[in-house]
Design a protein around this ligand. Structure first.
Ligand code: NAP
Length: 384
């Protein structure tokens, strides 16, 4: 039986880029959406709720007036508070699509896996910040962890039928972002609008800035380490500006398998829901003629966050959580016009130096490190 035809979805971060595309996939495939959640009680959330009369609605942190407006329109179909996300993720027999941005998605990811649900994970920050905690939740609860990130979806598909011992390395592709080819000096005066203008993907603001700094690729390296169990020495990054090859696996016999397709997140979102089956998708046949694919090494000097990410991953324990929290603060400071683009790596590096390394065993451990790193990073961002 095709479980996706009957398993309802819980969509966390429903008003965001991933969330909206997930709802589109669900509607096209006829998959019921049991619940949607977002942070605020925005008009977008109200519009989603209005078009789905049978769907439960959660706003994690609405203002008082938003809360009032939601109750007036939706009555007892709506509820509030971050703990409601955890309850939704724990509902029995659902597929949880986690499209929340930032470390705020961690508790729901853990809850979904503990409840034995399938977790279609876009919220990579969960895995970066709380890798060991997510891994034990998966082991203990028996939930399935399916990546939504196009690179990891590509790797998963390249690895089907392969033995772990046959893998030489995983190769994540990166578009290079809007500043590919610039030197460190050429990055000093870039504007927020320039940094948000990703050349190949339309995404939310945090991941767009992370793509411009290559922090996003470092997060993806850490994500790949947790998802596929390979050491950091066996995970490489190559810049591929066309974003057609979504990632590659090299095997010990010298063969390479690559996954290709249009850069369109609806495809990996759908695969995370329907895996191991495939269902018809929204795209026309891919035009292979006149295709030029190019690959180049990342500029590690102009984009130091890539190597800082590797370093944090190799240190392990709390270092990736500090990396994520400090980057979250630095990116917000850049978006608010409080620091320049080139100060983002300084804030992250300074925070990594100041927050001591410790073991992460519970969600509470991750939250404590996250809070400490945010406070240090905010202080550093204030002095940049
Ligand atoms: N966009 C992409 O193409 C893409 C690709 C790969 C991976 N990802 C990953 O997917 C995740 C989402 O990215 P996005 O681009 O979709 O972000 P986005 O457009 O900024 O959307 C973020 C969503 O998260 C919700 N949210 C934020 N804080 C929350 C909280 N504390 N509690 C509950 N909900 C909260 C937002 O609600 P409000 O609207 O109410 O603020 C919104 O629905 C990120 O982890 C990103 O790295 C995205």
């Amino acid at each position: 039986m095709d479980r996706t035809a009957v398993t309802p979805l819980v969509v966390l971060g429903a008003t965001g880029s991933i969330g909206r595309q997930t709802l589109e996939v669900a509607d096209r495939l006829g998959i019921p959406v049991l619940a949607v959640a977002a942070r605020r009680g925005s008009d977008d959330l109200l519009a989603i709720a209005a078009s789905r009369p049978d769907t439960q609605v959660v706003a994690a942190a609405p203002t008082a007036s938003e809360q009032e407006a939601l109750v007036e329109v939706l009555g007892d179909r709506v509820s509030f508070g971050p703990e409601r996300l955890v309850e939704l993720a724990s509902l029995p027999g659902v597929i949880v699509v986690n499209g929340v941005v930032g470390a705020a998605g961690l508790e729901a990811s853990v809850a979904a896996l503990r409840a034995g649900n399938r977790l279609a994970l876009a919220n990579k920050e969960s895995l970066v910040a709380g890798g060991p905690v997510i891994e034990s939740a998966r082991r203990e609860g028996g939930g399935e962890l399916l990546p939504v990130d196009s690179e990891h979806s590509a790797l998963l598909q390249c690895l089907i039928g392969e033995e772990v011992g046959a893998i030489r390395r995983l190769i994540l592709t990166a578009s290079g972002g809007p500043f590919r080819g610039r030197t460190a000096a050429g990055l000093a005066d870039v504007t927020v609008a320039e940094a948000l203008a990703h050349p190949t993907w339309a995404m939310g603001p945090r991941i767009s800035i992370d793509s411009a700094t290559l922090m996003n690729k470092a997060f993806e390296v850490i994500e790949a380490h947790h998802l596929f169990g390979l050491s950091y020495d066996d995970i490489d990054v190559v810049v591929h500006p066309q974003s057609i090859v979504h990632s590659l696996v090299e095997f010990v016999d010298g063969s390479l398998k690559a996954h290709l397709g249009e850069p369109d997140m609806r495809v990996p979102i759908q695969y995370a829901i329907t895996h191991p089956s495939r269902r018809p998708g929204p795209l026309a046949p891919f035009p292979l003629t006149d295709l030029t694919l190019s690959f180049e090494a990342p500029d590690r000097e102009a984009f130091p966050l890539l190597d800082l990410g590797y370093e944090a991953g190799r240190r392990g324990q709390s270092a990736p959580a500090v990396l994520n929290a400090s980057d979250e603060i630095a990116v917000q400071a850049f978006l608010d016009g409080r620091i320049g683009f080139s100060a983002i790596p300084s804030v992250v590096e300074g925070t990594l130096e100041r927050v001591s390394l410790r073991k992460l065993e519970t969600v509470a451990d991750v939250i404590a490190v996250d809070a400490e790193a945010r406070s240090v990073a905010s202080e550093l961002a204030g002095t940049c």
